[in-house]
Write a protein that binds this ligand. Structure first.
Ligand SMILES: NC(=O)c1ccc[n+]([C@@H]2O[C@H](COP(=O)([O-])OP(=O)(O)OC[C@H]3O[C@@H](n4cnc5c(N)ncnc54)[C@H](O)[C@@H]3O)[C@@H](O)[C@H]2O)c1
Length: 461
């Protein structure tokens, strides 16, 4: 099968490389010439574990190539995927479909013979109808089928997710298109991945409903976490207690700083808009969006609370900037509103992220970027763990304590155990579990005082 992948970003590059790995002939197309030149030079423009190897192998074996020439790739293809971005439209929160429609027009101009055009981008219900209308208007009488095939991969585990999906959703009523899409994914359903064939509109809505549901689950546990802090309960035990119920399940029940990333925030906003347009407002989702937005800045108050509300002049070390570990993606990362809020309160911000700092520099200013976690922590009054990268899970706490000017740790991912942190003398705040201390300038735990005598920096507390 010959496949063209239009859009070579996080989804297009992973999908293209994996489909080539199944044995198909894939050309990944992008209008960003720099990206294509980098790929042709053997460089991977994004950080995604395992991606470099799968790209290299398939390029070497002649199944995967990269090009800016959309028309050539499309003319030769049996199937053309649209995997371009669908960000929030400025001003109103609808999905911005301009990239999808532009791609549809370019594809239409290049079609040759029966071709299946498959929308992999996340698009509002009805977009497939419009893509089909655009193509038919430009190429009346041409033989084409427009299919919805939403993608469910997670950045950071994208290759695994693409190759071991919980399900493959295919929205079409065209029998020939079904066969072609089924053929593309054959290696997966030989591995028992269920293929769900639906109407095109249903497939489009499945993607939004899935993301909206997961975002709701995260927001729900975050609000339970806030209640836990007030009533002296432990959100992690509550999450485990409810997650063991098969009807609920344990995933997406980790309390934290609020969801971010390239998908959940924009998809929640877009679904809210779609629902409003169809006069069926989704009140639950509207609340999810509001609660999540306010939560990110509220996390800054957790830091200032450790200093009895006064952050001016304090140095805060941020560990982790990307919206989750194992990606360099900074889109709508909770670190952004958190850092801005800390700066608004007068704090100086230092930061370290294993792979996200280059992207972070484009969205955050007045931040001192550091070479490693200990470099970042040195001299800080507070450390905030924002992204749960593995390397932050087992910090040398003695070293951390000695390096800090003041032993305050705010753990927004509940990576550490409060007892352990107390033992090391930290004033430790986390999410949904009782804090281990009073604000530091009111109370310093006794163990900490011992260490403070040993480290002159701590005398400033
Ligand atoms: N990132 C994820 O984890 C994820 C997961 C599932 C679904 N999705 C959805 O997949 C879609 C793509 O997301 P992404 O994160 O890969 O986006 P991205 O911004 O990383 O990549 C999009 C690419 O498309 C290119 N492009 C735009 N218009 C083009 C055109 N006319 N011709 C050729 N190339 C063009 C851009 O240059 C860019 O490289 C979105 O709809 C998103 O919601 C994303």
């Amino acid at each position: 099968m010959r496949v063209a992948m239009v859009g070579t970003g996080y989804v297009g590059l992973v999908s293209g490389a994996c489909i080539a790995d199944f044995g198909h002939q894939v050309t990944c197309v992008d209008k960003d010439g720099t990206k294509i030149s980098a790929l042709n030079a053997g460089e991977i423009p994004i950080y995604e574990p395992g991606l470099a190897e799968i790209v290299r192998t398939n390029v070497e074996q002649g199944r995967l190539s990269f090009s800016t020439a959309l028309s050539e790739a499309v003319a030769e293809a049996d199937a053309v995927f649209i995997a371009v971005g669908t960000p929030s439209r400025r001003g109103d929160g609808h999905a911005d479909l301009s990239y999808v429609y532009e791609a549809a027009r370019e594809i239409a101009a290049a079609l040759r013979g029966f071709t299946v055009v498959i929308t992999k981008s996340t698009v509002p219900v009805g977009t497939g109808d419009e893509v089909e209308r655009i193509i038919r208007e430009l190429r009346p009488g041409d033989d084409v089928a427009v299919v919805s095939n939403p993608e469910f991969l997670r950045e950071g585990a994208a290759i695994h997710d693409f190759k071991h999906p919980d399900r493959i959703v295919v929205g079409t009523d065209d029998e020939r298109a079904r066969k072609i899409v089924a053929e593309i994914y054959r290696p997966l359903y030989l591995n028992q991945a269920p293929i769900l064939f639906t109407e095109r509109r249903t497939a489009e809505l499945i993607k939004y409903a899935a993301n909206a549901f997961l975002a709701t689950k995260i927001t729900f546990i975050n609000e339970i976490a806030d209640l836990c802090e007030r009533v002296g309960a432990d959100v992690q035990e509550v999450a485990r207690g409810i997650g063991l119920d098969n009807r609920i399940g344990p995933k997406f029940l980790h309390a934290g700083p609020g969801f971010g990333g390239s998908c959940f925030p924009k998809d929640v906003r877009a679904l809210i808009k779609t629902a409003q347009d169809h006069d069926t407002p989704m009140r639950i989702l509207e609340a999810v969006e509001t609660v999540n937005d306010t939560r990110k800045r509220a996390m800054a108050r957790k830091v200032s609370a450790a200093f009895a509300g006064v952050l001016r002049g304090k140095t805060v070390a941020i560990l982790g900037l990307t919206f989750k570990p194992n990606t360099d993606d900074m889109r709508e990362a909770p670190s952004i509103p958190l850092i801005t809020a800390l700066q608004d309160m007068g704090a100086k911000v230092r930061a370290y992220d294993p792979v996200g700092m280059e992207q972070a520099k484009q969205v955050l200013s007045d931040v001192t970027y550091c070479r490693g976690p200990y470099d970042c922590i040195e001299g800080a009054d507070a450390v905030v763990i924002v992204t749960e990268w593995e390397q932050f899970r087992a910090l040398d706490l003695g070293r951390v304590s000695n390096l800090m000017a003041c032993p305050v740790i705010v753990d927004l991912r509940n990576v550490y155990r409060p007892e352990e942190m107390k033992k090391h003398g930290f004033a430790y705040t986390c999410v949904g579990r009782a804090p281990s201390h009073q604000p530091v300038n009111v109370y310093v735990p006794p163990a900490r005082l011992d260490a403070a005598t040993a480290n002159p920096r701590h005398r400033s507390m």
